[in-house]
Design a protein around this ligand. Structure first.
Ligand code: BGC
Length: 727
């Protein structure tokens, strides 16, 4: 077994339980299931989250709903229920096989009565058929012959943690029906409380390797089960297979019929054929997505793990959903989508699986009505994207959140973290540059860029005294500072955005005049408006010292207290956690790159000297250890550009360890999706130095000294290119 393709644990530690559940998440782009155990344990955080299945919830507006658990599988050995916290467990090994998305647990269990069994449990979510899931449970009797019972079912009594009070749960499901259409099949039909989405699930249990298996339903309310009973002789192995199918009313008009049809089809095809089809799909993914790092097994594994987590969270057949900040692996941020997807994840997909990047950008297209509504309600024109987005397109950032100590914190991002609209436009533009997907750009992307530009045109403020445009009262990427004026990131991105919008329109006028005039008419792109955009481009205030090139993150940043971060060491929490929101607001400490984020995004527009002076100023003033997980990968890229390879590598490894080593202590709440996408960018744009030029992509490698070789594949405008770099 190649250790750079597997994540494993060889002991089960109860105190790391929630972290392991996140790490051992599996999925298939339709749903994600955390790595809780089939037999369930007190305090575990079971979750299966299905893209698009949202329901209303207090404070957080709406959240991805925890779906009825498809994992339940219990084993009784001579009447004793298997659980790892009684009897004796030895030879425990849990392994996530990244190549195939298979999660395996192996162990030996001695029951309290002294019977020993070897158990192997495998689970996977089919990538070939996103409505199909499977568990294979094998039991070998080691020192006895006796009666075995297996129960495989569904558990509809699942909750979401309540945002109001963390020790309370919120049940989103109403039970509709459950049934047993055949002795080996059970079904559950549930409906979300307020959004009215139907979810149907069917389960089938079969046991091979033993004779005379008797099957019977066990009709427990909300938890339909199929029971299999048989005799196992000493040395004999029984292999049980549980197949599960799921459909929602978002997918199909009659999900109850669809789950049974799909189940019948799966049973007829057989486990081996289903598995082979699934593996073929994974092979296809890895053929284009894998990045090989020779000479650094830790980095190699972390990168593959990150790409695996992104791939299982990326919708394949649905462009009305997108990847949440914690993928489908945890409850934090409740399934809401942030700029994390557009800026940190889309580039990876644009260069490897462009049709999937397109899905994520189509999601932004479909949510334009929500963005228009948000702009209108705030008194602006055009489209203003929500900071936290869901498929309805509404702004779903909570206005306030309760802290553990009972205090309440006002969250302003939904109102004033407005750079998201430029970020989405940027993602569209970059996707178009990489893929040349003209159909997307002409029919969807251009409208996104133009209508968000309309928003900025109405958002900027003219300061007559200074004879310049300004944008006041915003939050830039660095969320340690709220209500700031003239965020250099925001203003500069707006300038880029308006320039890109003018360019887009004139390109459309030349190449697709009908589309250009349709959009000009529908979005009111009048000559006056275009003149205004040009005026804003020329006169928007960008706080940059013309001699040194140093930018001031926002008005007055340099006047804040210049706190020496080392004076806070040793610490185990963020600067914001230590000083409080108000305290952090008063010091020059960044939660994440802000000016440096700009230099990274508009890379081509800044020279080395500008990057150097800003890096020297801002990098030491950033809370790398406990600030945002979005930061390290971006610092790694800029570090590479500045020839600071060792420092870049340190930042890179901080991103690499974000989830596997839980460096921030919050991986229990879900995968850090942006960091995972950033990790790919740090390797490709940082160490490999990939850049798009008018002549196509070029590389400028600067590998860490211990990397022997770096190889990867990119897709560029329909062509596949292999790249192999040696240090
Ligand atoms: C970061 C944001 C990010 C969000 C979701 C916040 O802590 O500051 O930049 O979008 O988390 O990951």
């Amino acid at each position: 077994m190649d250790s750079t393709w597997v994540v494993h644990e060889d002991t089960f530690e109860a105190e790391r339980q929630h972290h392991s559940e996140t790490i051992f998440t599996i999925g298939n782009g339709y749903l994600g299931t955390r790595g809780t155990f089939e037999e369930r344990y007190p305090g575990d955080r079971q979750a299966t989250l299905i893209h698009g299945v949202f329901d209303d919830a207090p404070i957080i507006h709406t959240e991805l709903v925890n779906a009825p658990d498809w994992l339940p599988f219990s084993l009784f050995v001579e009447g004793q229920r298997f659980a790892m916290n009684h009897g004796l467990v030895t030879n425990y090994l849990r392994t996530l096989h990244l190549r195939t998305g298979l999660l395996t647990r192996q162990l030996r269990w001695r029951s309290p009565g002294g019977q020993s069994v070897d158990i192997t449990i495998e689970r996977w979510a089919s990538l070939a058929d996103e409505h199909l899931l499977a568990i294979r449970y094998t039991v070998t009797a080691l020192n006895f012959s006796g009666e075995i019972e297996l129960r495989a079912g569904l558990d509809g009594l699942v909750e979401n943690p309540c945002a109001l009070q963390s020790n309370m749960g919120l049940l989103h499901w109403q039970r509709m029906t459950q049934g047993y259409p055949a002795p080996q099949i059970a079904t559950l039909h549930s409906r979300t409380r307020t959004s009215g989405i139907d979810l149907c699930q069917a389960v089938y249990l079969t046991v091979e390797g033993v004779e005379n298996v008797s099957y019977a339903p066990h009709d427990c309310p909300n938890c339909p089960q199929v029971i299999a009973r048989f005799h196992l002789a000493q040395g004999q192995t029984a292999t049980a297979t549980k197949l599960v199918t799921m459909y929602t009313s978002r997918d199909i008009s009659n999900p109850a019929a669809a789950v049974l049809e799909k189940l019948a089809e799966a049973i007829a095809r057989g486990y081996d054929a289903l598995w082979a089809e699934h593996v073929r799909e994974w092979d296809e993914y890895w053929r284009v997505c894998d990045v090989v790092i020779e000479g650094d097994d830790e980095a190699q594994l972390a990168l593959r793990f990150s790409l695996f987590q992104l791939l299982i969270a990326t919708p394949r057949h649905d462009d009305r959903v997108s990847i949440p900040a914690k993928t489908l692996s945890g409850f934090d941020y409740r399934g809401h989508v942030f700029w994390d997807t557009d800026i940190f994840i889309v580039p990876f997909l644009a260069f490897t699986l462009p049709h999937l990047a397109r899905n994520l950008l189509m999601y932004r297209y479909h949510t334009l009505p929500g963005a228009r509504d948000k702009a209108r309600r705030a008194g602006y024109q055009g489209a203003m994207y929500p900071w936290e987005s869901v498929p309805s397109g509404e702004e779903t950032t909570p206005h306030w959140v309760p802290l553990a100590d009972g205090r309440v914190v006002r969250i302003w991002c939904g109102e004033i973290e407005q750079h998201i609209s430029a970020d989405v436009a940027y993602a569209v533009w970059r996707y178009w540059q990489v893929t040349g997907d003209e159909d997307f750009f002409v029919n969807y992307g251009a409208e996104i860029i133009l209508d968000t530009a309309v928003f900025w045109g109405s958002r900027v403020e003219f300061n007559g005294r200074e004879d310049r445009y300004e944008i006041n009262d915003v939050i830039g990427p660095d969320e340690n500072h709220e209500h700031v004026n003239n965020s250099v990131f925001t203003n500069r991105m707006v300038q880029w955005h308006l320039r890109t919008a003018l360019h887009t329109l004139s390109w459309l006028q030349e190449t697709h005049p009908d589309k250009a005039s349709e959009l000009a008419q529908r979005l009111h792109l009048t000559p006056e408006r275009l003149v205004h955009w040009q005026d804003v481009i020329d006169r928007i205030y960008i706080a940059q010292n013309t001699e040194t090139g140093l930018m001031e993150q926002f008005d007055g940043f340099f006047d804040l207290e210049d706190l020496d971060l080392t004076s806070l060491e040793p610490r185990t929490q963020s600067v914001q956690g230590l000083l409080g929101i108000e305290g952090a607001q008063k010091v020059q400490v960044l939660k994440q790159p802000d000016v440096l984020m700009l230099l990274y995004m508009l890379d081509d527009e800044y020279d080395q000297a500008t990057k150097r002076v800003n890096w020297d100023y801002y990098e030491p003033r950033t809370d790398h250890a406990f600030g945002s997980s979005l930061g390290p990968a971006v610092h790694a890229i800029l570090g590479c550009q500045l020839g600071e390879i060792e420092r870049a590598y340190e930042h890179f490894m901080r991103a690499a360890r974000a989830d596997l080593h839980d460096v921030r202590g919050n991986a229990d709440a879900g995968i850090h999706a942006a960091s995972a996408g950033g990790l790919w960018q740090a390797v490709i744009f940082g160490f490999a130095g990939l850049k798009l030029t008018p002549q196509g992509p070029i590389v400028h490698p600067r590998l860490p000294s211990h990397w022997k070789k770096l190889s990867f594949t990119i897709r560029y405008r329909g062509e596949t290119r292999q790249c192999s770099l040696e240090s």
